[in-house]
Design a protein around this ligand. Structure first.
Ligand SMILES: *Cc1c(COP(=O)(O)O)cnc(C)c1O
Length: 426
């Protein structure tokens, strides 16, 4: 595999972009490589500067559920483009996208569009605090909610109390209201609520965790959180930036039958353009300015191009309901991966729901962050590199989920499965 051109661009990029990229995981650091510079995407494939072709399981980290350069989305974007790109005034498309999301996700009665998942997380925390008049937030170790100061906390091991920021530049005082619980461990949440009575504004989580590798909620976990929130007057916030319109048209909340008070979205709802959103119960949402006192604003929020790509994506998804088929295909890939690993004498754990799946090189089932950290990242790195040589582009980190699109053909899957066998044997 020739990657000279990408290497050249990476050198050039590093002169002006810190680390050569505009978002850290893209740099391929954790797989001891330099990144590939992508020139083109088409359906299930991406192409790099050296002309190599890859079957893509990153899908821009989630948005590209219909594959790259989907002709319907491109067509709609061109049409929208002719009328201008931004007005900073209301447009009809924003209503249609809002209605589409509210119809699909029953807990969402009203919604506000923003420009990224990070922005949605930041705003929803402010809203939850403003509405409840409480300061503290419970988040879960290993759950990612964008690069928002008070949520950039993983903290150490054991029973967590006060958060320790993950990044320099986040003052300790900014995270003093952030409490850490363990994913899939209801007792860790109950202890925090007992230690902080009437102080907790919200519990925020990824209902299907996708940013510490993929970890599904165990039976009763989400229901337990819902009941606890009801008892304690705490708002339950589902971060469905990744899982929304990815695991099911109604999000993870529809699969698990849990109704959160607020939800945030991003990725798929922008169809590959920058969009985020937060929404939920009407009595809470009307507290946002200008209908209420809780301030939040954005120059490009509800941008016509982004809305048009998002709306077209959701229309196609609603029409086609690809989720059962995506689910069968991701389950099949997981089976193939397991079988290939077994033949090679390697221990692997896999999970899949709808259009997302994940794996850990681990002997035991992985159900939280600590267990994810115990997986064998050395094996992962070698596996990643071997897969890339076989023309399969996986997320370049052991702690990310994989995404399948409707453009992945049976042939793509067969090629991927045979790459699994070869990569694991090697
Ligand atoms: C990607 C992601 C975010 C952040 O969204 P950006 O658009 O990257 O800011 C937040 N939460 C979850 C669960 C995500 O997967």
């Amino acid at each position: 595999m020739q990657t000279e051109q990408s290497k050249k661009l990476f050198y050039q990029a590093q002169q002006r972009l810190p680390g050569g990229v505009n978002s850290p995981v893209r740099a391929f650091k954790s797989v001891n490589m330099t990144p590939l510079f992508i020139t083109k995407g088409q359906g299930s494939k991406i192409f790099d500067k050296d002309g190599n072709e890859y079957i893509d399981y990153v899908g821009s980290w989630g948005p590209m559920i219909l594959g790259h350069a989907n002709p319907k989305i491109i067509g709609k974007l061109k049409e929208t483009l002719e009328y201008g790109t931004s007005f900073g005034a209301p447009t009809e498309g924003e209503i249609l996208l809002a209605e589409m999301i509210c119809d699909a996700v029953k807990s969402v009665e009203m919604i506000r569009l923003v420009n990224s998942g990070t922005e949605a997380a930041m705003a929803v925390i402010r809203l939850a605090r403003g509405y409840t008049k409480r300061d503290k937030i419970i988040k879960f170790e290993g759950c990612y909610h964008g690069s928002v100061d008070p949520l950039l906390v993983k903290a150490g091991s054991g029973a967590m109390t006060l958060g320790i920021p993950d990044s320099p530049g986040v003052p300790l005082s900014f995270v003093e209201h952030t409490l850490q619980a363990k994913f899939n461990d209801l007792n860790s949440v109950i202890s925090l609520t007992e230690e902080n009575p009437e102080d907790i504004a919200a519990i925020i989580l990824e209902p299907v965790a996708g940013n510490m590798g993929m970890i599904a909620p165990e039976h009763g976990f989400l229901k337990g959180l819902r009941d606890l929130c009801d008892r304690e007057g705490i708002l339950l916030i589902f971060d469905e930036v990744m899982s929304g319109f990815r695991v099911d048209f109604g999000g993870a909340q529809s699969i698990f039958g849990i109704v959160p008070d607020l939800s945030i979205f991003g990725k798929v709802i922008g169809g590959g353009l920058p969009v985020g959103a937060y929404g939920g119960r009407q009595d809470i949402m009307i507290q946002i300015a200008p209908s209420g006192p809780i301030y939040q604003a954005g120059t490009l929020s509800g941008n016509p191009l982004a809305v048009s790509a998002g709306l077209t994506t959701l229309e196609i998804l609603k029409d086609q309901n690809p989720y059962p088929e995506l689910g069968r295909k991701t389950a099949w890939l997981c089976e193939e991966l397991k079988t290939a690993a077994e033949s090679a004498g390697i221990q692997i754990q896999t999970q899949s729901i709808g259009g997302m799946f994940g794996y850990f090189f681990s002997e035991n089932k992985v159900s939280n962050f600590q267990e994810a950290l115990k997986s064998d990242t050395g094996k992962f790195t070698k596996f990643f590199q071997n897969m890339l040589k076989e023309g399969v582009y996986l997320p370049p980190s052991a702690f990310e989920s994989l995404f399948l699109s409707t453009a992945h053909s049976e042939e793509d899957l067969e090629i991927t499965a045979s790459a699994f066998r070869k990569a694991l044997k090697d």
